[in-house]
Write a protein that binds this ligand. Structure first.
Ligand code: ATP
Length: 466
């Protein structure tokens, strides 16, 4: 069972230290969020797992990290200066601003809204009697194209520096380095370049918690191929991306693939599909897969004057500008999806309930928690030693919690998604044979709540195998 509402997840995230409102002590800054100890751990784990799967375990991939600030000519060449915008509509009554296409989605569908031309937006809002979400008025100004790139200035003297943009995608850093990578990595086509990084978009209507923010992280791949071979490669990436979604714990019933119609395609794309997730407010994009053809490399060749052709090492007469298949994964949006999916308010016997995050161990913030039954010195020092031993021998990330009743501590671990808890009791230290034999502990499973008594050595063997 996924989260019943976004609010219940937002409240858990704040209460347990996953995600906090940004700049909170100053009253916040709308739609900014900070990752607390547990949220950061999930994000780091996802990123590491993604890197392991898509870069380190594949011979056809390399990684790169490029700057957030790039020469502004990059964004002219890529089309972002002229094309990267959304239709902005002003409510004439209350002066609030919205994305016209998003307001229309419920009435005319995502596909219908995506293909509207700028001058169709305002008449359509009026014809469909769509009221302003703030004041209800249907008095809309004519839609304007709003560029989503954040502009800033480079240089030390205010007003005298050159205008420069914060990157709205990581992709261009990979295109402008294509030659560097091809020459130094000795990779042959097809090969891909991966990058994880922060990007900025001045979204008109951010919201739904971390779903749409103005600063977020992406994990992107630009996969360079010989023109004409992109069809099956695209299909393969579709399957690989789908499998990734399942492996991080998203259920197939809440996932679907939506192909973009021809009219909906971005300026650079000849085929795009979205992998969508069913969020509490409805279906929305999770990831995208696009065939960017040779658009970007050709544009950069034209605008920079540099040659972007690839020469086949086996046949030097064979020269071409590669095509690009681009699988793109929003990292922060993935964190949101897996938290929504994992959340459950479970009814227990005796009218009791518990909140539990059924996170896959792969992405859970902690692998394990050690809970000494009592704060008594000799018991907790045994538990502390055990903590040290498990960390050293298994490399796992292990929480340690000694405060509160054992029941409350189990509930806390359930709420933060810790897959297993180990309890050290008086039996463990040889003082209470009823609780268990010396040097044995109880291990409890988060999902089934089943408990098992194990010797320390078999516990460590089990954890190593995990
Ligand atoms: P949307 O249709 O939701 O605006 P998009 O099609 O503009 O997204 P892409 O340019 O394909 O998105 O970006 C790649 C990925 O980055 C998306 O699949 C999504 O996971 C993530 N993403 C895009 N915009 C945001 C945002 N404002 N906040 C958080 N994640 C985002």
């Amino acid at each position: 069972m996924p989260a019943p509402s976004l609010d219940s997840l937002v409240s858990l995230c704040k209460r347990r230290g996953f995600i906090f409102p940004g700049s909170e002590i100053y009253g916040g800054l709308a739609n900014t969020w900070d990752y607390g100890p547990l949220g950061l751990e999930i994000k780091n784990r996802l990123q590491r797992e993604w890197w392991k799967r898509f870069v380190r375990s594949r011979r056809d991939m390399v990684g790169i990290e490029t700057g957030i600030l790039m020469n502004p000519k990059v964004w002219e060449a890529s089309g972002h200066v002229s094309n990267f915008g959304d239709p902005l509509v002003d409510c004439k009554k209350c002066k609030e601003r919205f994305r016209g296409d998003k307001l229309l989605e419920e009435k005319i569908g995502v596909e219908g809204a995506a293909v509207l031309t700028l001058d169709q937006v305002q008449p359509m809002l009026i014809a469909e009697k769509i009221g302003c979400p703030s004041c209800g008025s249907v008095d809309w100004a004519v839609a304007k194209k709003f560029n989503l790139m954040f502009k800033t200035q480079q240089g030390v003297v205010e007003g005298e520096g050159a205008d420069i943009y914060l990157r709205p995608e990581t992709a261009q850093g990979m295109f402008v380095n294509f030659k560097n990578i091809a020459q130094t990595s000795r990779k042959r086509l097809p090969f891909g370049v991966a990058q994880v990084g922060t990007v900025f978009r001045n979204e008109i209507t951010p919201g739904n918690f971390t779903f749409r923010t103005r600063e977020f992280q992406q994990m992107e791949i630009e996969y360079f191929v010989e023109p004409g071979t992109e069809g099956p490669i695209f299909e393969n990436w579709k399957e690989v991306m789908w499998q990734w979604c399942l492996d991080i714990g998203l259920s197939p019933e809440r996932l679907r693939i939506r192909e973009h119609t021809k009219e909906e395609l971005s300026h650079y794309s000849s085929r795009t599909l979205d992998i969508e997730y069913k969020y509490p407010w409805g279906w929305g994009e999770l990831y995208g897969l696009a065939n960017r053809s040779d658009f970007d490399l050709t544009q950069h060749a034209k605008c920079s004057g540099q040659d972007m052709t690839y020469t086949d090492p086996d046949d030097p007469k064979k020269k071409f500008v590669p095509y690009v298949v681009e699988p793109t994964f929003g990292l922060t949006r993935t964190v949101l999806a897996i938290l929504l999916e994992a959340y459950e308010e479970e009814n227990l016997a005796d009218d009791d309930t518990r909140t539990v995050l059924h996170l896959k161990p792969l992405v859970a913030p902690f692998d394990l928690a050690i809970l000494p039954l009592s704060k008594k010195e000799h018991l907790s020092s045994y538990a502390e030693e055990l903590h040290k031993k498990i960390v050293q021998e298994t490399g796992l990330f292990v929480d340690y919690d000694v405060t509160g009743s054992i029941g409350k501590r189990y509930r806390r671990q359930d709420e933060i998604g810790t897959p297993k808890c180990v309890t050290v009791d008086f039996g463990t230290i040889g003082e209470d044979a009823v609780q268990g034999e010396k040097d044995t502990v109880t291990i409890r499973d988060r999902d089934t709540q089943a408990q098992e008594r194990l010797t320390i050595s078999s516990l460590i063997e089990k954890l190593k195998a995990h």
